[in-house]
Design a binder for this molecule. Structure first.
Ligand code: FES
Ligand code: FES
Length: 181
């Protein structure tokens, strides 16, 4: 039963959505950063919430939760995805990469992570994981050939601190190293 604004105006009691019981949970296996994770999730759980609340990978950020800011960007099979708009269950059988997965096992940062540090491409840092994941994909997509292209293809990632010029510089540095690697 759905509560409408008219019901609310009439003072009708608010009907709480029923919480799913454990029998209603989906058992799914997600491959994240090269490791399998078996999870029991409500089918409505987004990939973003699965990562943060069920796997403990909090590097991926929740900004708008509505597909508008890019803070939640992850890679799925090396393509960028807004994890707040993707149900976790839809990603079973795919390779999910988060910001934590870019670091090598010996602790060496990905060239894009290092470039963001080198160019001071952040202030508060909240948008940064999403910016970096998007930037990595941008280079792989060959959409980072010049400044205008970088700005265009990174335009889905908003930065309230307006670190955009330094982000472009960081992408320009990292793309050279990524092509050499
Ligand atoms: S949190 Fe996903 S686009 Fe803003
Ligand atoms: S560094 Fe603060 S929102 Fe981008």
């Amino acid at each position: 039963m759905t509560m409408t604004l008219l019901d609310r105006a009439r003072g009708e009691p608010v009907v709480q959505a029923e919480r799913p019981d454990s029998d209603a949970l989906l058992n799914i296996k997600l491959r994240i950063n090269g490791r399998d994770h078996r999870l029991a999730l409500d089918g409505r759980t987004t990939l973003l919430d699965a990562l943060r609340d069920h796997v403990g990978l909090t590097g991926t950020k929740k900004g708008c939760d509505h597909g508008q800011c890019g803070a939640c960007t992850v890679l799925v099979d090396n393509r960028r995805v807004l994890s707040c708009l993707s149900f976790a269950a839809m990603n079973e059988g795919h390779d999910v990469t988060t910001i934590e997965g870019l670091v090598k096992s010996d602790g060496t940062l990905h060239p894009m992570q290092q470039a963001f540090i080198d160019h001071d491409a952040f202030q508060c840092g909240y948008c940064t994981p999403g910016q970096i994941m998007s930037a990595v994909a941008c280079v792989h997509e060959r959409h980072a050939e010049n400044d205008a292209q970088i700005r265009e293809f990174m335009s889905g990632n908003l930065c309230r601190c307006a670190a955009y010029p330094n982000i472009v510089d960081a992408v320009n540095q990292a793309k050279v190293q990524m092509k050499e690697a």
